[in-house]
Design a protein around this ligand. Structure first.
Ligand SMILES: Nc1nc2c(ncn2[C@@H]2O[C@H](COP(=O)(O)OP(=O)(O)OP(=O)(O)O)[C@@H](O)[C@H]2O)c(=O)[nH]1
Length: 398
């Protein structure tokens, strides 16, 4: 069977597909979180630059050399730089402006020198392929070494960049090995077929892969937002109830105790009233940080609502939980919070409860912790009180 492939048509079809997928990405970007916009804009720019370069390249013999060689290569190299910038921004990594600028300048210099000055197709292809391989490889490296390089979806974009890097590197090496391999830009051989046939489909695969990366991250962020309090970054009530139920099952299975602390900031309304809501928010964030400093790594903290927090303390008996609560209370009594330059003493009322044999539901344990906390409020605040079933009556401070 006789195979045939027209390079010019391949370039045009690849260009059209890339533009279409780029437009699709631009439409989807509007529905995505604004946090993705900068990365998506760079990607969309790349999917417009690359096809423009390919179309110009396909016009060799029709348009002047500076357009079909210099401009075409500048567009393609610019597109590869834009993919790299998009991926760096997506991963919230520094964009190496100097490095990418140097790669672009090198591609441009090579196309001017070997295209217009000495007209050497072999060396033009070798140098430009090597530079492009470097840029594509950098994108692949960013995908696989980025802080979020997890999950299967990264292999779609990652695989496309690895394949494109390999093709470009192979073209440079094949030409070094056999300088007479490509004598005309539309000549058909396996290297040309790989570069222009497979190479023009890869942007489409990479763009689908990038879209998958974005949707994957946005799904993870949504799942996290459903479980974490947006202000203080501790678990929200729904998540803590689920974790509490699991902690009870774990404590029962391993025959160990489980304690909870219900922590409430005293007279919190006054902070809002006197210093404003923003200072109130800051007080909540700082209070959480200070409570966390007093806890062990395995303790789990959540926000029940307003200025009320809960700490789940696995494998902890009443005495230890009360001692820990006392440390937390003291940490606030000893040191005021610094609210936008305003030093403000804040005190806590803390209720402690320990899992009792009669507790079937987490809500029962929570209710006893809550009652102990309200008992501390009624007894004058800035106090730790334990639920009677926890084996401790009250521990008053000061
Ligand atoms: N700034 C800020 N305020 C909040 C937030 N959630 C709840 N509040 C405020 O917290 C205050 C809680 O007031 P109260 O329930 O009267 O309790 P309190 O003033 O701490 O008094 P006691 O608990 O009895 O010591 C209310 O004014 C709420 O508006 C929040 O996310 N940010």
């Amino acid at each position: 069977m006789q195979w045939s492939f027209d390079i010019r048509s391949g370039l045009l079809v690849g260009a059209l597909l890339t533009v279409l997928i780029g437009l699709l990405l631009a439409v989807v970007a509007r529905a995505m979180s604004p946090a993705f916009r900068p990365a998506m804009n760079w990607w969309v720019a790349a999917t417009l630059l690359q096809p423009t370069g390919l179309v110009l390249l396909s016009q060799r013999d029709q348009l002047p050399a500076w357009v079909t060689i210099v401009l075409a290569n500048a567009f393609v190299a610019g597109a590869f730089a834009a993919y790299a910038v998009a991926l760096r921004r997506f991963h919230r990594l520094r964009v190496p402006v100097l490095g990418l600028g140097a790669a672009l300048a090198l591609a441009l210099a090579a196309s001017v020198w070997f295209g217009l000055v000495v007209d050497d197709l072999t060396w033009r292809l070798i140098t430009i392929s090597a530079v492009l391989a470097g840029m594509l490889g950098y994108s692949a490296w960013t995908i696989y070494r980025g802080p979020e390089s997890r999950g299967l979806v990264r292999h779609v974009a990652g695989g496309a960049f690895v394949a494109a890097t390999a093709i470009m590197a192979y073209r440079a090496m094949a030409l070094l090995w056999d300088p007479g391999l490509i004598t005309g830009i539309f000549q058909l051989n396996h290297v040309q077929l790989l570069s222009y046939g497979v190479g023009s489909v890869l942007p489409v695969v990479a763009t689908v892969g990038f879209l998958l990366l974005c949707t994957d991250r946005s799904q993870r962020e949504l799942a996290r937002a459903a479980r974490v309090d947006y202000l203080t970054d501790v678990y929200n009530r729904r998540a803590i109830e689920e974790l509490g139920t699991r902690a009870i099952a774990g404590a029962r299975r391993h025959g160990v105790s489980l304690a909870v602390q219900v922590v409430d900031i005293d007279h919190f309304k006054r902070i809002n009233d006197e210093l404003g809501h923003a200072a109130g928010d800051l007080a909540l964030v700082q209070a959480v940080a200070r409570i966390r400093e007093c806890l062990r790594a395995e303790d789990v903290m959540g926000r029940l609502g307003g200025e009320e927090f809960i700490v789940l303390m696995p494998d902890t008996d009443g005495a230890s939980a009360v001692a820990a609560a006392e440390r937390i209370r003291q940490a606030f009594s000893d040191r005021p919070l610094d609210l936008q330059g305003e030093r403000r003493k804040v005190t806590l009322s803390i209720g402690v409860a320990v899992l009792a044999p009669a507790d079937r539901l987490f809500s029962q344990l929570l209710l006893r912790g809550d009652r102990a906390m309200y008992a501390a409020k009624h007894a004058g605040r800035d106090l730790v009180m334990a639920d009677a079933m926890s084996g401790w009556d009250t521990t008053a401070a000061d």
